[in-house]
Design a protein around this ligand. Structure first.
Ligand SMILES: NC(=O)c1ccc[n+]([C@@H]2O[C@H](COP(=O)([O-])OP(=O)(O)OC[C@H]3O[C@@H](n4cnc5c(N)ncnc54)[C@H](OP(=O)(O)O)[C@@H]3O)[C@@H](O)[C@H]2O)c1
Length: 295
C-alpha cells in the first residue's frame, strides 16, 4: 500500500529509531513524535503524555505506532507517575488516535508473561511479576477496553517484543572496548534472553503496519540464550579470542537483576501465519549488530 502515512509516537526511543528508519527505507510518509522541542520540524511533532493539550495526528496519517512508554524498571517500581503514564495516559492517547480513525499498534513486552513458560502464544494469559510488566499488562487491558468501547478492535494490534539490542545497548560498548584492549569480559550464565536487533524489529513492525493485522502479535528471537552463548557467538563472528570470555554469574557478582526469566522467547505462530514474519536467528542479530556498528 503506498497511500499510507505513519506516525511513530516515541521516535527517539531505541525501537522508535529502528522503526522510523525502516519506514523511510520503504518510502512511506513518516511522522515522528518527540518531547524534544528543539528538534521539531514539519515531520517531527510534539507529544508529551503528561501534557493536557489534546493531540491531533498530522493530516493524512492513518496509522500510528505507540512506542513510547515509561520503560525504566526502577522508575516503574518507585515513581507513581510511571504507572499513570503506562496505564492511563498512554491508553488515553491510543483511544484518541482510534477515535480519529487511525489504525494503532501498541508496543508491549515479553515480560507480561512472567518468564516461567516457554514460548507463550500471542493469546496466552499474562503472569507479570515486576512493576514494569504489571503496568504494560494493565496498559494492554486498557487499550483493548478503549478499542472495544469505540468499536475499533479491527484497528488495534498489540505487538510484544523480546529484548532489543543495538550496538549501544549495555553491555555491548563495554565488551567491544574490553576486547579492543585485549581484556576479558565476564558475561552471566544465569541470565537468559531472546535478543532481537533494532533493524529486525523496525522492519517487522513496518511489515505489520503495511498489512494492518489486528490482534496480538509477537516479535522474538528463535532461541533463548544466556549471555555467555551470546558473547561467544559475537566473539566468533568478530574473530575475538574465546579466552577473552570468562563465564560468570549474576549471583557470584552480587548483581541484582529485577527481571530474570527462565524463558524469554515468545511464540510467533499467529504472527508468522498472518504476517509472514519469522523469529530472528542469533546469527542474523550478530550480523545486524556489526552492520549497525559500522554506521
Ligand atoms: N528495549 C527493549 O528491549 C524492549 C523490549 C520489549 C518491549 N519494549 C517496549 O518497546 C517500547 C520502546 O522501548 P525502548 O526501550 O525503545 O524505549 P526507550 O529507548 O527507553 O525510550 C522511551 C521513549 O519514551 C518516551 N517517553 C517517556 N515518557 C514520555 C512521556 N511522558 N511523553 C512522551 N514520551 C515519553 C521517551 O521520550 P524522550 O526521548 O523525550 O525521553 C523515549 O523516547 C516500550 O513500549 C517498551 O515497553 C522494549
Amino acid at each position: 500500500m503506498t497511500d499510507q502515512a505513519f506516525l511513530v509516537v516515541g521516535a527517539d526511543s531505541l525501537v522508535g529509531g529502528g522503526l522510523v528508519a525502516a519506514l523511510h527505507r520503504r518510502g512511506h510518509t513518516t511522522y515522528a513524535s518527540t518531547r524534544r522541542r528543539d528538534t521539531l520540524n514539519n515531520k517531527r511533532v510534539y507529544l508529551d503524555f503528561e501534557s493536557d493539550e489534546p493531540f491531533r495526528a498530522p493530516e493524512g496519517v492513518n496509522y500510528a505506532f505507540l512506542v513510547a512508554a515509561a520503560t525504566n524498571y526502577d522508575r516503574c517500581e518507585k515513581d507513581p507517575l510511571a504507572r499513570v503514564i503506562n496505564v492511563e495516559l498512554i491508553p488515553r492517547v491510543v483511544a484518541s488516535l482510534l477515535q480519529q480513525g487511525l489504525f494503532v499498534t501498541f508496543i508491549s513486552t515479553n515480560s507480561v508473561f512472567g518468564g516461567d513458560r516457554p514460548w507463550p502464544h500471542e493469546d496466552d494469559l499474562h503472569a507479570p511479576g515486576i512493576a514494569y510488566a504489571r503496568q504494560k499488562s494493565e496498559g494492554e487491558d486498557a487499550v483493548r477496553a478503549h478499542a472495544e468501547r469505540l468499536g475499533a478492535k479491527d484497528r488495534l494490534n498489540i505487538v510484544r517484543l523480546t529484548k532489543i539490542m543495538g550496538p549501544e545497548t549495555s553491555p555491548l560498548p563495554a565488551w567491544f572496548a574490553a576486547w579492543k584492549r585485549g581484556e576479558p569480559v565476564e558475561p552471566f550464565t544465569d541470565l537468559v534472553f531472546a535478543p532481537i536487533s533494532v533493524q529486525f524489529v523496525g522492519e517487522a513492525l513496518a511489515t505489520i503496519g503495511e498489512k494492518r493485522i489486528p490482534g496480538n502479535l509477537h516479535l522474538s528471537a528463535a532461541a533463548n540464550v544466556n549471555y555467555v552463548e551470546f558473547a561467544s557467538a559475537l566473539a566468533r563472528r568478530l574473530g575475538v579470542d574465546p579466552t577473552l570470555i570468562r563465564p560468570s554469574t549474576a549471583v557470584d557478582k552480587g548483581v541484582n537483576i529485577p527481571f530474570k526469566p527462565r524463558f524469554s522467547g515468545l511464540g510467533m505462530a499467529r504472527t508468522t501465519s498472518l504476517g509472514g514474519i519469522q523469529p530472528q536467528r542469533l546469527e542474523q542479530l550478530i550480523d545486524d549488530l556489526i552492520a549497525a556498528q559500522g554506521d
